[in-house]
Design a protein around this ligand. Sequence first.
Ligand code: SF4
Ligand code: SF4
Length: 143
Amino acid sequence: MIIPLLKGLATTLRMVFTKPITLQYPEEKRPVYPRFRGHPELVVDDDGERRCVACTLCMVVCPSNAIKQITPAEGEYHEKYPVEFVVDLTRCIFCGFCQEACPKAAIKLNNLYELAQYEKQMLIYDIKRLTQQQSRLRDGDWL
Ligand code: SF4
Ligand code: SF4
């Protein structure tokens, strides 16, 4: 009777001094692997401008028709840029084809994994929500 009790106590004491394998989510986030694919984001250069030239290659290559709209505009020096860019994350399969196809490295999959929403509409990202606010992209590219 006493021996199982002592064994249980010893196990408890051992675990007290063992490094925990669980995380206090959501306060603590689990780091993702370098090849993890989050959702697509539009890359912003150091000058604060989006790299995208609205060529629509990513839209053409997207296998699940998740990139819904790219509306181009022309600047003073005939440079093209998007004024609207819509990605429906309910359709995105995080394949990374858009990143692979982009000639300007202007769209990249980030490392975010908390995408759940109560409203489906919240998963349709416009250009503002797609634009990389700070560098949340992985350190190295996987393609
Ligand atoms: S990751 Fe794949 S499915 Fe998602 S927008 Fe890019 S090409 Fe489309
Ligand atoms: S993200 Fe890249 S491929 Fe897509 S429209 Fe912009 S420049 Fe073209």
